[in-house]
Design a protein around this ligand. Structure first.
Ligand SMILES: Nc1ncnc2c1ncn2[C@@H]1O[C@H](COP(=O)(O)OP(=O)(O)O)[C@@H](O)[C@H]1O
Ligand SMILES: O=P(O)(O)O[C@H]1O[C@H](CO)[C@@H](O[C@H]2O[C@H](CO)[C@@H](O)[C@H](O)[C@H]2O)[C@H](O)[C@H]1O
Length: 463
């Protein structure tokens, strides 16, 4: 097909796909706007990875803006990345991937489906990543110095509860396909690249990635990152629960994780800009924490009675700033918890790895890329030990306390500073995280709300 004909096809595509997407998109695990009606779609970019001319399965890459007027005014524009397969009929094993049958437009009468679930189409994406270059608005890139990606690796979708979608190739590589995308570098590429440059092997180094620049001169969207798959690794959350179930100590693992967190922080601080948070910035930080508390309490009434006492944690931080205390801020993970850690696996026997540097996906990219005190990540893991102990029957608070202490000791061993020597900062960040968790659980897993609420009760009682 000529380029002009292909462009005409793409422009005509969206109206015929819109009714299908309208029904399919809100049902996807990774669709972030659940509960708010979708009123329309607009096309940001469309690229044929395989021709749609009916000579074989077609593969269409789309970036689509989703209009949802009910979302908060400060929420980023919701642009989603889709990979659509197109066939005359679907073979039975692909039936669960069906999106629908357009009734008009260039794909009328054909079958449109989730392309990532089709092994053959998933392998086309890897082929593109193996040979860097441009395809329309898409640019495929390789990490300089990364080993050659072998051909003919068999693809399988990762069956996990995810905010994005991932494909595993031959148990050797994993491709994270970002679903909700924004213009600008995604920290899940930016930070692992910086860590690889710094020689930090605690994070799987990106091997290849791709991005889109819908208009010439516009800011590119990071769309996917390929990294080594840590075959046989175990996720830190599951490992912690297993230890609890067996009545085993987890302090050696917690101490090692503390050291790894410190190594990652040190490498990020060496490689990327850091800033000092002085009086004005500390007041701003405390005000933002207070604002998040107010907003969370509007949505989670159980928080309301605690608001005045929780506020004291944030006010104490602002007060220290006014007294001349300053803190170093740097790039951090931003959403660290035990579920973002992997233990062991192919290349890292008996070691921790840290994954998923995307930050909290609901926040705008510019906010997620700001330097923050590293204690933000530390608070995330400390909260996770508390979560594990609380979700276990019987509740085992001593287990969590031992893990929390061991983690801080391990951190101090590698970083030279123990987070517990800044109790006001730590308390403010733990409180901020517990407030975030109360909101998260109320929205996503109401049965789990008592877990962060127990921490809220403890933190509110801290003098
Ligand atoms: N390099 C890797 N090796 C092995 N498993 C991985 C790797 N990266 C991610 N995973 C698995 O994929 C899951 C989802 O990855 P994650 O980056 O957290 O995605 P999301 O942002 O969509 O939640 C992880 O919980 C982990 O089980
Ligand atoms: O989807 P993400 O991994 O980015 O994170 C979100 O979901 C997490 C739950 O899956 C949630 O984490 C909370 O629950 C965990 C146990 O399931 C616990 O280990 C964490 O400490 C706790 O914060 C996370 O907050 C949320 O952003």
């Amino acid at each position: 097909m000529s380029e002009a004909a292909s462009t005409r096809t793409q422009i005509a595509l969206l109206p015929s796909l819109a009714p299908l997407l309208h029904a399919w998109l809100p049902r996807q695990r990774w669709f972030a706007g659940k509960g708010h009606p979708v009123t329309g779609f607009s096309l940001v970019s469309a690229t044929e990875l395989l021709p749609l001319d009916g000579t074989g399965p077609g593969l269409l890459h789309l970036l689509v803006d989703v209009e949802q007027p009910g979302l908060p005014a400060d929420a980023p524009q919701d642009c989603y990345q889709l990979l659509l397969g197109v066939r005359e009929t679907l073979p039975p094993h692909l039936a669960p991937a069906l999106i629908g049958h357009p009734t008009d437009g260039p794909l009328a009468g054909r079958t449109v489906y989730e392309g990532l679930r089709d092994r053959r189409l998933a392998e086309i994406v890897l082929e593109r990543l193996r040979r860097p270059g441009q395809l329309g608005p898409l640019r495929f890139a390789r990490f300089e110095g990364a080993p050659t990606i072998p051909g003919s690796l068999v693809a399988r979708p990762l069956e996990a509860e995810q905010s994005n979608s991932s494909l595993v190739y031959g148990d050797a590589y994993i491709l994270k396909f970002f679903r909700r995308v924004q213009p600008g570098p995604n920290p899940d590429l930016e930070l692992p690249l910086a860590l690889a440059r710094a020689g930090c092997d605690r994070v799987p180094a990106p091997v290849a990635w791709y991005e889109a620049r819908p208009q010439s001169g516009s800011t590119p969207y990071t769309l996917g990152v390929l990294q080594p798959f840590l075959r046989g690794s175990q996720d830190g959350w599951q490992l912690a629960l297993d230890a609890l179930n067996k009545g085993s100590s987890f302090t050696a693992e917690a101490r090692a994780l503390g050291r790894v967190t410190a190594e990652v922080h040190t490498a990020l601080a060496d490689e990327l800009p850091t800033v000092m948070l002085r009086r004005a910035q500390t007041e701003h930080l405390a005000a933002a924490m207070n604002r998040r508390l107010e907003e969370a309490a509007q949505a989670v009434p159980a928080l309301l009675p605690y608001v005045p006492r929780l506020r004291t944690a944030f006010d104490a931080l602002a007060e220290l700033g006014r007294d001349g205390r300053a803190w170093r801020a740097q790039r951090v993970h931003g959403d660290l918890h035990l579920g973002q850690t992997l233990y062991g696996g192919s290349r890292t026997e008996n070691e921790w790895s840290v994954i998923d540097f995307e930050g909290e996906p609901a926040r705008p990219l510019a906010e997620r890329r700001k330097p923050q005190p590293p204690v933000r990540d530390i608070a995330g893991i400390l909260r996770s030990f508390d979560y594990a102990a609380r979700t276990h029957r019987p509740w085992n608070p001593a287990w969590a306390e031992l893990c929390r202490a061991a983690y801080c000791e391990g951190y101090a061993e590698a970083a030279g500073t123990d987070p517990r020597t800044e109790p006001e900062l730590l308390r403010a960040y733990e409180t901020d995280k517990a407030v975030y968790e109360a909101l998260y659980e109320a929205r996503h897993r109401p049965d789990w709300l008592p877990v962060p609420m127990a921490a809220i009760d403890r933190l509110a009682a801290t003098p």
